[in-house]
Structure formats: structure tokens, C-alpha cells
Design a protein around this ligand. Structure first.
Ligand code: HEM
Length: 354
């Protein structure tokens, strides 16, 4: 069967696709930053005690306090890209979500259990014995959720695998036929560990600038996690690149050229980030790392367009202009941004007093 005939007809969009894509990229970037902090700090809290035993507990107490916040931010910052993705690529995303429906719907339950585990980890005193069980469960479930997201993105951008529905209609489809799935997933996980480490360093650097004296060891430890995970991630990154279809970086196409420039750009920006982290300049290290995550997010967008090129281009979307709801949305978006900024500042200052 021709995969093209399986793709539903897209709905009309109310503003030019460029604006919707800009917001998709921006909100996906924010989702990734929060997700990296959540997953990375959780993983570090779980694994560090295995070789640093109880001396790590003061750091883990900080991570335990902040984890429910980073989970909440990741989930809420996931909703916005989900909406924009549905508007622009709904005909692909709805289909892939149905093909893996059982896993897809299970994410809600998995996240509820994760939340409980993170809250118990925060509330109990025992972060060595039982505590390790709770943080381990939370991190494991987050790894599973990440894998399900990578899987959905993979099915969504490969309509040629949708025909597998006709031999298995149960909603249990995982796309192991995509050679890029595993390296893509591992690339995300290693990135999360790296950014998680850097987030720990940044958190204690800000506290230090406000007069705290207890963070020097954690700044160094965070930078070490960042550097080691990033070096490992070069390996996953090259594996991922090697598993992509040749069209992804074909210099004869505009998409291939832009993808190549973005990948080279992200390698170029991660180097000053690592050098800064190793020399104790945490703020520039964090700034360069954010630029890298942004470039990678953009590269991912271009990659999706390349995958979908045989089936679809954004310019084909029916366009019926109706700008006023979009303007109201933008105003609400900016207002909510200020409100969340104020909330974060208030929470941070309350913690400082406590
Ligand atoms: C809290 C646990 C979560 C984790 C660990 C997580 C992790 C991830 C990962 C690893 C990806 C990248 C997949 C890939 O490209 O291979 C991703 C993408 C995405 N996530 Fe999440 N996510 C979480 C929660 C959510 C929630 C609750 C939503 C929505 C309500 C969401 C919305 C999205 C969307 C829309 C994308 C795709 C963005 C795009 O392709 O442009 N995420 N997530």
C-alpha cells in the first residue's frame, strides 16, 4: 500500500506557518531545557551515591527539593509545543500517536507515578536506603517516557512504516526499524545528564554569589558531569548522524546545507561551554550550552522536514488568515512568561530565607 494514501488531509492554519513554526521551535527549546534539568539532576541524584556514598547527601537534598518544580515545568512547557505540533503536523502526529496508542496513553499514568515518587523522595529523610528506591523509580519512568516521545517522533516522520498497522492493529507499535531511534534517544539522555550537571553548577554558583559558602564542591561536581557526559555524547551524536538517511545532510539541498551548518554550529558552541565549565566560569558555560541546545532544536526541525519531504511541505498547508486569536495568544504568552518569572523569583527568595 502507498503510504501517501494513509496521510489524512490537513486542516487549514489561521496564520502563516512561519509564525507557528517559530513558536513550535521556541517552546520545544524551553521544553528541552526543563526536561534536561529534570532528567539530568534526577539521574545524578540517583547514581552519585553509588560511588560517593553519604557525602553526596547535602546535594541530593537540594535536588529533592527542586525536582517537583522541574517536573512541573517540563510537563507544562511540553503542552505548548504539543499544540503547535498538532497545528502544523497534526496529520502525522495524530496518526503516529494512534499507532502507538497504548504506550502514548500510558504516559499520563507514568507521569503521575513519577510525581508521587519525586514527592516522596523530597519528603522522607532517608535519601540513602529507601530514598534511592524512589529517585530510582522516578528516573527510570522518565527514561521510559523519553523513549516513548522519541518513538512517537520517529513514527510520525516515517509514514512508510504506518502500513505495519495492517498486520498489528493493537496500538503497540514501536519503530525499531528506524536505525536512528536508539542513537537519537541516547543522544537526548546524555544531553540531559550534561545539562543537569551544568544546572547543578549554575544553581550553586548563583547561591555563592548571594553569599552561600556550601557549594564549591557541587559546582566542581556539576561541571565534571557536564564535561564527561558531553564527551560521551559526541559518540552518540556521530552514531546518530551515521544512522540518518543521506538526504539529511545532502549538500545539494537547502535542508541538507542548513542541517549541516546547524550541527557544525552546535559543535563549535559546545567547545567554549566545556572550556568555560572546566575553568570555573559557569555563567558563560551555561550561556554557550543554551545556544547549543537551541541549534540542536533547530537542526531537529530541519531534519523532520527532510524526513517528510517525499510526503509534505509546510507551504502546502491550506492557509485561511485569521490573526486576532493569534495576537491574543501572544499577549497571554508574554503575560504568562512574566508571571512565571515572578513566581520563580518568589520561590527562590523564599528558599533563601528558609
Ligand atoms: C515529564 C516527562 C517528559 C520527558 C522526559 C520528555 C522528554 C522528551 C524528549 C526526550 C523528547 C524528544 C523526542 C525526540 O525528538 O526524539 C520530547 C519531545 C516532545 N515532548 Fe516531551 N517529555 C516529557 C513530557 C512531555 C509532556 C507532558 C508533553 C506534552 C504535554 C511533552 C511534549 C513534547 C513534544 C510536543 C515533543 C516534540 C517536540 C517536537 O518534535 O517539536 N513532553 N520530550
Amino acid at each position: 500500500m502507498d503510504a501517501l494514501s494513509l496521510i489524512p488531509v490537513p486542516d487549514a492554519i489561521p496564520v502563516h506557518w512561519f509564525w507557528l513554526h517559530l513558536l513550535l521551535t521556541l517552546t520545544t527549546f524551553l521544553h528541552f531545557v526543563a526536561m534536561n534539568i529534570m532528567l539530568g539532576t534526577g539521574f545524578i541524584a540517583f547514581s552519585s551515591p553509588f560511588w560517593r556514598s553519604s557525602e553526596i547527601m547535602p546535594l541530593n537534598a537540594h535536588i529533592a527539593r527542586t525536582l517537583p518544580y522541574s517536573i512541573a515545568f517540563t510537563i507544562n512547557l511540553g503542552v505548548a509545543p504539543l499544540l503547535f505540533l498538532q497545528v502544523l503536523y497534526g496529520q502525522f502526529l495524530y496518526t503516529s500517536s494512534i499507532l502507538m496508542a497504548v504506550y502514548w496513553l500510558s504516559i499520563v499514568g507514568l507521569l503521575i507515578i513519577t510525581y508521587y515518587a519525586a514527592y516522596v523522595y523530597r519528603l522522607i529523610d532517608d535519601r540513602g536506603g529507601m530514598g534511592r528506591l524512589y529517585i530510582g523509580a522516578a528516573v527510570l519512568l522518565l527514561f521510559v517516557v523519553s523513549f516513548l516521545f522519541s518513538n512517537n517522533v520517529s513514527i510520525m516522520q516515517m509514514p512508510e512504516v504506518w502500513t505495519r498497522y495492517f498486520s498489528d492493529r493493537t496500538g503497540w507499535l514501536l519503530n525499531f526499524s528506524d536505525p536512528a531511534l536508539i542513537p537519537r534517544y541516547l543522544h537526548f539522555i546524555a544531553s540531559a545528564v550534561a545539562i543537569g550537571g551544568l544546572a547543578i553548577a549554575l544553581y550553586f554558583e548563583i547561591r555563592k554569589r548571594r553569599g552561600a559558602t556550601d557549594g564549591e564542591a557541587w559546582i566542581k561536581l556539576g561541571c565534571k558531569w557536564f564535561t564527561v557526559a558531553t564527551i560521551i555524547n559526541f559518540g552518540f551524536g556521530f552514531w546518530f548522524l551515521g544512522a540518518l538517511p543521506a538526504a539529511a545532510y545532502n549538500a545539494a539541498t537547502l535542508g541538507g546545507k542548513i542541517f549541516f551548518i546547524l550541527v557544525v554550529g552546535s559543535v563549535v558552541t559546545i567547545i567554549p561551554s566545556m572550556v568555560s565549565a572546566q575553568t570555573g566560569r559557569i555563567i558563560p558555560a551555561a550561556a554557550w550550552a543554551l545556544v547549543t541546545v537551541l541549534l540542536m532544536t533547530l537542526a531537529r526541525d530541519i531534519l523532520r522536514l527532510t524526513y517528510l519531504k517525499p510526503y509534505f511541505s509546510l507551504a502546502e498547508l491550506p492557509y485561511v488568515p485569521q490573526y486576532s486569536p493569534f495576537i491574543v495568544f501572544l499577549l497571554a504568552f508574554v503575560g504568562a512568561g512574566f508571571l512565571v518569572g515572578w513566581m520563580l523569583k518568589t520561590v527562590w527568595n523564599t528558599k533563601e530565607v528558609a
